[in-house]
Design a protein around this ligand. Structure first.
Ligand code: ATP
Ligand code: MG
Length: 359
């Protein structure tokens, strides 16, 4: 079996440090290790329209932003095909056929969609397209026979839904599709990075993000406004780690090298946590430490972004070529799917031949 990697992001805004630790870092790692046959990254514009139908400009404006984010974190267009979802219309057709294999009650049980419906405040007016986006995501994955999907933890229900569709399709028609596996970050703090407001998830739609393209001043402002421990009023008070977002970020980002560079009083995060819990360490101090770590991580990303911002023609070409390549690949799968479903009427005039044979 081939190893095919696929992931994607919705162009609803610039990518943030939650995407970075939750999925982008793993993509770059997989890309650089090179143990795959083909690798795709999709800008999911059609999916983004499912809850932004009235704001197409927002989606359009963010296509290049997201592409720049990919390239600036080190996605190499020589190794990875970056494409735009709506350019591959085969995906929509696959999703339409897969809809027959999923029940309404199964969709209603999807915990991520349930959560998103709540946070987007749809109430009774949930767009059908949004409700069914896990099916469309199954089409995106299976169209490329992708088996390796580096994602954040909120995507696990989508991967499970995809696996169910694959099993159902292969069982009902013919063994055509491949079951995917999610690749999650190994560091548990990176599975779902909280927002700077302490909300359970940093999310473009919740506007609680530190973006990869934020400049130093913005990052500083955001870090220093972050939610910590409401009971930690005086520096000498004992501090709490649990639900303290600054510590969750330190869990996600800090290394022993960072301690050597920026906080040599402590050897590692465990030592700092103990001291904070005892009392005597001010929130400003740990925020400043986090700020320095983030700056160290973000500076090279900003540099790469600058290069690509000045070479937009290159970025445009990467997207065009990636989309064409993806379309060819998805078309091969769609042909096999239609054949398995017996809706390939004109291939070799088969339908006519069968009709004549049955007479
Ligand atoms: P939106 O609010 O529009 O849904 P989003 O911020 O959730 O945007 P997506 O484009 O939906 O971003 O997600 C892209 C990828 O990034 C997915 O694999 C998702 O699991 C991962 N991801 C998103 N937010 C986080 C986060 N806070 N922590 C870890 N991974 C994340
Ligand atoms: Mg999302």
């Amino acid at each position: 079996m081939k190893n095919i990697v696929l992931t994607g992001d919705r162009p609803t805004g610039n990518l943030h440090i939650g995407h970075y630790v939750g999925s982008l870092k793993n993509r770059v790692k997989i890309q650089n290790e090179g143990q795959y046959d083909d690798m795709f990254i999709m800008i999911a514009d059609a999916q983004a329209l499912t809850d932004n139908a009235d704001n197409p400009r927002k989606i359009r404006d963010n296509i290049l932003n997201v592409a720049l984010d990919y390239l600036s974190v080190g996605i190499d267009p020589k190794k990875v095909h970056i494409f735009i979802q709506s350019e591959v219309n085969e995906l929509t057709e696959l999703a339409f056929y897969y809809q027959n294999l999923v029940t309404v009650s199964r969709l209603q049980r999807n915990p991520t969609v349930k959560q998103e419906i709540k946070s987007r405040k749809f109430k009774e007016s949930i767009p059908v397209g949004f409700f069914t986006y896990p099916i469309s995501q199954a089409a995106d994955i299976t169209a490329f026979k992708a088996n390796i999907i580096p994602v954040g933890v909120d995507q696990l229900p989508m991967i499970e839904q995809t696996r169910e569709i694959v099993r159902s399709f292969n069982h009902t028609y013919k063994e055509v599709l491949v079951e995917p596996n999610a690749i999650l970050p190994s560091n548990s703090a990176c599975l779902r990075l909280p927002g700077i407001d302490g909300n359970a998830k940093m999310s473009k739609s919740l506007d609680n993000c530190i973006y990869l393209k934020d400049d130093s001043k913005e990052v500083k402002k955001k870090v220093f406004s972050m939610y910590t421990d409401p009971l930690h009023i005086n520096v000498s008070d004992p501090g709490h780690i649990k639900d303290n977002t600054v510590f969750t970020y330190l869990d996600a980002f800090s290394t022993e090298e960072d301690f050597r560079l920026f906080y040599p009083e402590f050897k590692n995060l465990d030592e700092l946590k103990k001291a904070y819990q005892k009392g005597g360490i001010g929130d400003m101090k740990i925020k400043n430490f986090l700020y320095q770590i983030l700056e160290k991580e973000l500076n090279p990303i900003r540099e790469k972004r600058k290069y690509y911002e000045q070479h937009l023609d290159e970025v445009y070409q990467i997207l065009k070529e990636g989309s064409l390549y993806a379309k060819q690949k998805a078309n091969q799968t769609l042909t096999m799917v239609k054949q398995a479903m017996q809706i390939d009427y004109f291939t070799n005039d088969n339908l006519k031949k069968e009709f004549l044979n049955n007479k």
